[in-house]
Design a protein around this ligand. Structure first.
Ligand code: 13P
Length: 268
């Protein structure tokens, strides 16, 4: 028996802004410039908290150019990827194309795509696999609807969705998991930190069972759903939550900048 306390694993928090279908490429450039100035003024330490933005496809090239020209340590994310490598798939964008634009993260399984584009757990897993094969990190989004919550409780559906996605991935693939209860997205009614932590803990248990301790302890689990500067710190204080996936509040520079600087408003 080993009674030694579990090692404390430092996971760099990730604050990710999912812009959804907002901002053309000019607005995107203006936004990222203002964000960089705001974080510079605030002497933000990017080593402490990683920042990522997920613009629409049409903005990626412009944002990439700006990030490279100004050497800004903001990671670039895409909102979707094709499960296919190349070929006759009109309207789709491949992982290889995203990789060429220095995209580091790819959202897969967002509830707006599961619901609005009929994406199954298998599709989500195949998209995650394509992202990994392209050298990127899939941000696997999971979450229950209000109905699911009533019928199955909070954790069952997210746990099943994550388990299904992992089945498609190589054992050593780096991933990020985002718990986004569907009822909390855009509703102004976020999950309580305790609710989110309970599901975050269950998701980490899935990682522990499926992937072992090292990956379970290193993988970041984010919370998303009506995150704002007033509530972000309460999630980041939870032992199993390592960041936030922010929608509406990521479109306002000052607000997103405050969210990134959540450490300043953690009251001990
Ligand atoms: O869907 C979300 C992020 O992916 C969350 O959106 P809101 O922050 O607007 O609730």
């Amino acid at each position: 028996m080993n009674d030694a306390p579990a090692p404390v694993v430092a996971r760099t928090p990730l604050i990710a802004g999912n812009w959804k279908m907002n901002f053309d490429h000019l607005q995107a450039i203006a936004f990222v410039q203002k964000l960089a100035w705001s974080l510079k003024d605030a002497q933000h330490n990017y080593a402490d908290v990683e920042v990522a933005v997920f613009p629409p496809f049409t903005d990626l090239r412009s944002v990439q150019t700006l990030l490279a020209a100004d050497k800004l340590p903001v990671a670039l994310g895409a909102q979707d990827v094709s499960p296919e490598a190349a070929g006759a798939f009109t309207g789709d964008v491949s992982a290889a194309m995203l990789g060429k634009l220095d995209v580091r993260y790819v959202l897969v399984g967002h509830s707006e795509r599961r619901a609005g584009h009929n994406e199954s757990d298998d599709t989500v897993g195949l998209k995650a696999r394509a992202a990994v094969a392209g050298g990127m990190v899939p941000v696997i989004c999971v979450g229950e609807t209000a109905e699911d919550l009533e019928t199955h409780g909070a954790a069952a559906i997210p746990v099943a969705q994550l388990t299904a996605a992992l089945a498609h991935l190589p054992a050593d693939a780096e991933i990020v998991v985002a718990y986004e209860p569907v009822w909390a997205i855009g509703s102004g009614e976020p999950a309580t930190p305790e609710q989110a932590e309970e599901v975050g803990k269950a998701l980490r248990e899935v990682l522990r069972t499926e992937r072992g301790d090292a990956i379970a302890d290193a993988t970041r689990v984010l919370y998303g759903g009506s995150v704002a500067s007033q509530n972000v710190a309460s999630y980041l204080k939870q032992p199993n939550l390592d960041g936030a996936l922010v929608g509406g509040a990521s479109l306002k520079v000052d607000e997103f900048s405050r969210i990134v600087q959540f450490k300043k408003h953690v009251t001990v």
